[in-house]
Design a protein around this ligand. Structure first.
Ligand code: NAD
Length: 492
C-alpha cells in the first residue's frame, strides 16, 4: 500500500481569495486551525461587501463577454472535462489541501473525495448540450418555445464537512449551465477551493468566471446572498443558516435558492434481516463516517425488538474499535471533530440527554491521538422519549440514538421528525415492507438495504421540510441553474 501520510508544515497553502484568475492575498482576519492537532495553519483575509461586489461584477462581465454561455455547448463541456482531468492529475495536492484543515483523513480524500469530485465535473459536463427547452404545440401560424438560459451569476455557499465535494455540487452545475459564479467556502476550510478554481482557469475556463471569496457568514455570506447581480443562490449548511439565506434572498430579489440543510435521519431495522453483522457494519458506518459530521448521518436507529439485543451488542462492540490518528497520518480512518466549540456542543447534548432519561450504552468521550487534535469516541444512547435532545437535535457528531418498536406502524411513526426530512435507511428482507416504507417515510432519499450515496450522480439529493429545498446532483441540479424563457413568434 502507498504511504499517503504527509506533514502539514510541508504544504504550501493558497491563502487568499481567487479573483479574475489570481490569488489575491492581504488581510489577516481569520485564523485557520487544524482539527487534527490544533495548530494554527494560516490567517486568511475576509471579503467584505466591496470585494464581494467586485467578484460578482467580474463574474457578470466575464460571463457576458467571454462567450462562455454563447459558445457551442460542447466547447464548454470540453473545458469541464479538461478540468476534471486536471483535478485527477493534481489529486495528491488537492487531497492534502483538503485534509490539512478539515476532518477528512488523507486515505479518504485520495480514495474518495477527489475522484468523486473529478467524476462529478464530468457528469455535469455531459448536460451542457442536452437541455435546451421545448417547442410548444401551437397553431401553425405561431412558433412557441420555452428556452433555457443561464441566470448570469450564481452565488454558492459551502460548509466545512466535505469542502471540495460540497462546493463542487454548487459551482459545477452552475458553470456547466453557462453561468459565472462566486463561491464562499467555509471559513474553517478555505484552501482547496482556491486551487480548484485555479485548475479551472488552467483547463481553459475564462479567468474571472469562477471567483472564490473567503470570509465568515455574516461578513461575506450575507453580502453574496444580497448582491443584486447574483441571480440564484445555492447553499449547503445548517437549517438555521439556510433560513437566513432564504430571508436575504427574498429581501434582495426575490431570487431562487437551493438549500441543502440539516438532518436527523432514521434507520429502520426489522426482525427479518438476514445478517446482524452486515447490518451492524452498515449502521456503524452511517453514524461514524466523518465522525458523524455528514448531513445524511443515520443518527436515529429504530430497531424491531426481536433483533434489538444482538444488533445493539454488535454496535457497542464496534464503538470500542476506533482509533484516533491525525487526518494526515497513514493509519487515519476515523475523523476528528472540526472545532473545540463543536466538540463541547456534542458532549453537552449527550450529557443533557442522559440527564433527561436517555441510557448510555456506549459513552461518547474525548479520545487522545498522538498529535493532539479533537476526537470523540462513538456513543450510543437508548431513548424512550421522542422529546429527548439526542432524538430531536442534529448532533453532527458520532452519536447514535436508539429506540425499539414492535410493529411496522410504530416504526414509521417513530421515523417521523418534526423538522427534518433528509434521508432514511430501511433494512429488511421484505420488498413489500420496503415499498411501504418508501411511500410512507417523509425523506428526500430512502436507501433500502444500504446506507449512503453511490457514484450514481444522476440520482438527485436533497431534503424535505427543514432539510431543504431543491436538489444537488442529478439533471435537476443542472436545470436549477437555468431559467426558462417563453417565446411566441408570429410566423405567418
Ligand atoms: P453553517 O450553516 O454554520 O455554515 C455553512 C456556510 O454558511 C458556511 O460557509 C458559513 O460561513 C456560511 N454562513 C453562515 N452564516 C451565514 C449567513 N448568515 N449568510 C450566508 N452564509 C452564512 O453549517 P456548517 O456548520 O458549515 O455545516 C454543517 C451543517 O451543514 C449541518 O447542519 C449539515 O447537516 C449541513 N449539511 C447539509 C448537507 C446536505 O446536502 N443537506 C450537506 C452537508 C452539510
Amino acid at each position: 500500500m502507498i504511504d499517503l501520510s504527509f506533514r502539514p508544515e510541508d504544504i504550501t497553502l493558497p491563502v487568499g481569495h481567487f479573483l479574475s484568475g489570481k490569488v489575491v492575498s492581504g488581510g489577516k482576519d481569520i485564523a485557520v486551525t487544524s482539527p487534527g492537532n490544533g495548530s494554527l495553519l494560516a490567517y486568511v483575509p475576509e471579503a467584505g461587501p466591496e470585494l464581494v461586489h467586485e467578484a460578482a461584477q467580474t463574474a457578470a462581465r466575464v460571463q457576458r463577454e467571454s462567450g462562455w454561455a454563447t459558445c457551442a455547448p460542447r466547447e464548454r463541456a470540453r473545458v469541464l472535462r479538461r478540468w476534471a482531468d486536471l483535478v485527477e492529475q493534481h489529486s495528491m495536492e488537492l487531497a492534502r489541501l483538503e485534509t490539512v484543515c478539515s476532518t477528512r483523513p488523507i486515505t479518504q480524500t485520495v480514495g474518495w473525495d477527489i475522484p468523486f469530485l473529478a467524476e462529478g465535473i464530468r457528469f455535469f459536463s455531459e448536460y451542457c448540450d442536452k437541455i435546451g427547452g421545448d417547442v410548444a404545440a401551437t397553431s401553425s401560424s405561431l412558433l412557441g418555445m420555452a428556452i433555457y438560459e443561464p441566470y448570469g451569476v450564481t452565488g454558492a455557499i459551502a460548509p466545512w464537512n466535505f469542502p471540495l465535494v460540497m462546493a463542487s455540487w454548487k459551482v459545477v452545475p452552475s458553470l456547466a449551465a453557462g453561468n459565472g459564479t462566486v463561491l464562499k467556502p467555509s471559513e474553517m476550510t478555505p484552501f482547496s477551493a482556491v486551487r480548484l478554481a485555479e485548475l479551472a482557469v488552467e483547463a481553459g475556463m475564462p479567468a474571472g468566471l469562477f471567483n472564490v471569496v473567503q470570509g465568515t457568514g455574516l461578513a461575506t455570506g450575507e453580502a453574496i446572498c444580497r448582491h443584486p447581480d447574483i441571480g440564484k443562490l445555492s447553499f449547503t449548511g445548517s437549517t438555521r443558516t439556510g433560513i437566513a439565506v432564504m430571508k436575504a434572498a427574498a429581501e434582495s430579489g426575490p431570487k431562487p435558492v437551493t438549500l441543502e440543510l440539516g438532518g436527523k435521519s432514521p434507520q429502520l431495522v426489522f426482525n427479518d434481516i438476514s445478517s446482524v453483522d452486515e447490518v451492524a457494519d452498515r449502521i456503524f458506518r452511517a453514524f461514524t463516517g466523518n465522525a458523524g459530521q455528514v448531513c445524511v448521518t443515520g443518527s436515529r436507529l429504530i430497531v424491531q425488538r426481536g433483533v434489538a439485543e444482538p444488533l445493539i451488542a454488535a454496535l457497542v462492540a464496534r464503538c470500542g474499535q476506533v482509533a484516533a490518528f491525525a487526518p494526515w497520518a497513514a493509519a487515519a480512518s476515523y475523523s476528528p471533530i472540526i472545532s473545540e466549540p463543536q466538540a463541547q456542543r456534542i458532549l453537552n447534548l449527550v450529557e443533557n440527554s442522559v440527564k433527561a432519561g436517555a441510557q448510555s450504552l456506549a459513552p461518547c468521550l474525548r479520545m487522545n491521538s498522538e498529535e493532539g487534535g479533537i476526537f470523540l469516541s462513538p456513543g450510543i444512547l437508548l431513548v424512550t422519549d421522542v422529546k429527548s435532545p439526542v432524538w430531536q437535535e442534529e448532533v453532527f457528531g458520532p452519536v447514535l440514538a436508539v429506540q425499539t418498536f414492535d410493529d411496522d406502524d410504530e416504526a414509521f411513526a417513530l421515523a417521523e421528525h418534526p423538522v427534518y426530512g433528509l434521508a432514511a435507511g430501511v433494512h429488511t428482507a421484505s420488498m413489500s415492507r420496503a415499498m411501504r416504507a418508501i411511500r410512507t417515510l417523509k425523506a428526500g432519499t430512502v436507501w433500502v438495504n444500504r446506507y449512503g450515496r453511490s457514484s450514481d450522480f444522476v440520482i438527485p439529493t436533497g431534503g424535505f421540510g427543514g432539510s431543504g429545498i431543491g436538489k444537488d446532483l442529478g439533471r435537476q441540479a443542472f436545470e436549477a441553474n437555468l431559467r426558462l424563457k417563453s417565446v411566441l413568434m408570429a410566423v405567418e
